[in-house]
Design a protein. Structure first.
Length: 361
């Protein structure tokens, strides 16, 4: 049942190329995006509210940057557990997008119902067919990740991300912001993702080796800017939930407003450096931490070799259009969390205190 892998999580990590490919194939036919959103007035949307919990909230954070860039629609990203108790300001021209693997998360479902009560159009991105959120939303788009057993999500997260990308491209096109040629370019870039994820997975032994050195780490920091910040949030959650190592994700520039006081000799700091407009800024934050004793790991695209002047250990990922590179940057972070959990002898697939589906608030 684990397909030769020791844990479901590792099996599911390796199923990511397929989860991404199947999800893309379900909504891209003959180089055209095919989505059933009949009746949704995309060109007049005034705001998009992404509402989710946990990793699905991290997907929403990544989507924020991509949607605003490709659609020029203002985006808010909301934790479902906050949104539902806040009497949120919503207009009939808004769209509420709920992202959920299980489709049963209590807070996400309550947030969806709240939006519906107020007469706001709702769209759900869900993995489990016929789940409550899928049934109740006005529009549903399914991730085709297949059943996910491991409590820590990997392949559903990756499938949610690509659905988000395609939706952003579609909205941008419907609003007349993206020409045919640009759409074709984005779709052809997206089609390279499955192979490139496989390529990242080939480097797993290096991460296993690195994890074996760091299994006694007490605190780990993840930093990045823009999409890299969204990926840092996910890397940090993966690590803490399955390896029980305390970790924090910070928008790189925010570190010096408090948390940098926690950096001491040997603290592991992981910089996600994939965005060409931003990575030099993140590197300068990494340098500041190194001078305070931090040990630096970097995730960067092939070709950014100057990062080795700063980082002690670098994992390279293939290049792709920068909107989509988070899908590659997250893979080494999943692997690192996995190997740290294994090297500590923990129950990778069923971490303590956690449930796969959080159906109570
Ligand atoms: C983390 C994880 C959780 C879920 C969260 C939402 O690895 O799996 O943070 O992302 O509980 O669950 P769904 O997506 O089912 O609504």
């Amino acid at each position: 049942e684990k397909g030769g892998y020791e844990h479901f999580m590792m099996k599911e990590i390796h199923e990511q190329p397929k989860a991404v490919e199947d999800t893309l194939n379900s909504i891209i036919k003959d180089n055209q995006i095919v989505l059933d959103l009949e009746g949704l007035d995309i060109s007049n949307l005034s705001q998009i509210h992404f509402v989710a919990c946990g990793s699905a909230w991290h997907v929403s954070m990544a989507c924020q940057y991509i949607f605003e860039d490709l659609t020029h629609i203002p985006v808010r990203v909301e934790l479902a557990s906050e949104f539902r108790y806040r009497n949120p300001l919503l207009s009939k021209k808004d769209l509420v997008i709920v992202i959920s693997q299980s489709g049963e998360t209590a807070d996400s479902l309550a947030a969806l119902r709240l939006a519906k009560e107020k007469g706001i159009p709702t769209l759900a991105i869900v993995n489990v067919l016929g789940s409550s959120i899928a049934r109740e939303a006005d529009y549903v788009l399914y991730t085709l990740a297949g059943p996910e057993i491991s409590v820590a999500t990997t392949k559903a997260y990756s499938a949610q991300l690509v659905l988000g990308y395609v939706l952003a491209i579609y909205f941008g096109k419907e609003k007349g912001l993206l020409e045919e040629e640009k759409v074709r370019y984005y779709l052809s870039e997206l089609n390279t993702l499955p192979k490139k994820i496989e390529r990242v997975l080939e480097d797993k032994e290096r991460l296993q080796w690195f994890a074996s050195k760091y299994s006694n780490a007490k605190d780990v920091f993840f930093i990045g800017r823009g999409i890299d910040y969204a990926i840092s949030l996910e890397g940090s959650l993966k690590l803490k939930e399955i390896s029980y190592i305390h970790s924090e994700a910070y928008a790189a520039g925010e570190l010096k407003h408090g948390a940098i006081s926690l950096i001491e000799d040997g603290t592991l700091l992981i910089g996600v450096c994939t965005q060409s407009q931003l990575y030099e800024k993140t590197i300068s934050n990494m340098v500041e931490c190194k001078s305070r004793g931090a040990y630096l790991m970097a995730v960067a695209p092939y070709g950014y070799y100057q990062i080795e002047d700063t980082a002690n250990f670098t994992t390279y990922i293939p290049r792709i259009d920068e909107h989509f590179i988070g899908s590659l940057a997250v893979i080494p972070l999943q692997l690192l969390a996995y190997y740290l959990s294994v090297s500590k002898g923990l129950d990778v697939d069923k971490p303590r205190n956690l449930a796969k589906s959080v159906t109570v608030e």
